[in-house]
Write a protein that binds this ligand. Sequence first.
Ligand code: GTR
Length: 427
Amino acid sequence: MKKLYSPKLIVAAMFAVFAAFPLCAQKFKVNYDESKIPAYQLPNILKKADGQGEISTSLEWLDSSRPRILSVLENEFYGRKLPRPAKTEFEVVDEADVLNGAAVRKQVKITVSDIAGSHSFTMLMYAPKSASKGNPVPAFIALNFKGNHATSDDKEILITKAWMRGVKGNKAREEDRGAAKKRWPFEEIVKRGYAIATIYYGEIYPDKEKLDGTPESVYRIFDSNAVEMPSIAAWSWGLSRGIDAFETMPEIDSNKIFVVGHSRLGKTSLLTGAYDKRVAICASNDSGCMGAAISRRAYGETVDIITTQFPFWFSKNLNKYKNAENSMPIDQHQLLAMLAPRPVYVASATEDKWADPKGELMALVEAAKIYKLFGAKELPTMDNFVPEKPFHGDVGYHLRVGKHDLTVYDWMNYCDFADKHFGQSKK
Ligand code: GTR
């Protein structure tokens, strides 16, 4: 009898299925049906710590609610905020005029030292040539996934020696120079009057799924008896060291630092905004579960899935909430509100169901109640859940058409939002 399906066809079909759904989605039961979202009670963001009534002033939020949420973030979700290192050194290892003279490229080796040793990572930065002591510019900072050399074709960008995910031998390769450049529109950002810096996240904590990344991470400079050493807290701490570097640069206005992060690094940027008050604006790009999305919706990726796949990203205590989201002491709207009154920006993508775009806007709408206490008037509602009609008020939101990604569209919205809040005029 003639075979209906050739082995080749079957392999191709299997590949298509794997490509369409993240691997882990096949091992777990994933819900994408709004009508099947479990019944849940969202923690009332205004509720007083003693459970008696609601807060009505920004001061009550700052003095009472915020510290309580911070303690949950540290003890139950992401792990403690790491201390500043005893010593931080900045060495400009490269400086050159680039982009036809429009920008200055700098590569800064940041060395952090503490009781148990030293660790270095390299920040790549582009600043408008016109930026100077008398004319400092605001700056974006974001971690990258594939090494600084993957963010541009520029041959001068140093190649990391740190462990790398998804490449042969786990070593960064020359052939990947520029491989992620679509995510890094340096020229456009500089033209808008902003500096932009990036650090390879693997130099801060190697994102090893099956192996232990901590011995090669920044944690090695501290006392090894530390209770927990989760990666998101470490990545976030790395961003704070990037901000330390900005503070030494006369061309940067360190009161105007905008942290951006995509996906797991979007979770990281939100945590950085919560842990480091020097962050003036914070954007979470497609951050999803344990980022901007409401965990209780259990839509797309869940706490069970994420803690099973990536246990080392979080505090071990997060495991308590596997399939028990309704018992979490806080939900992600309270993480977003940690930024208040500093503007927070949530960006989602229409096809990024895994990250629960609707749950991300819901969290922002709930967090807006805290911004209101600070006098904010331009706040989003669920009516803003419309593709490519960005909302740029006291907080920001957009739903890009397309996949889980960080694109020029996302960046240009961040620039527009920065213009509004940093008082820059559109170039
Ligand atoms: C996925 C993970 C998401 C998101 C993403 C990424 O595998 O489930 O939470 O962080 O990785 O960072 O690209």
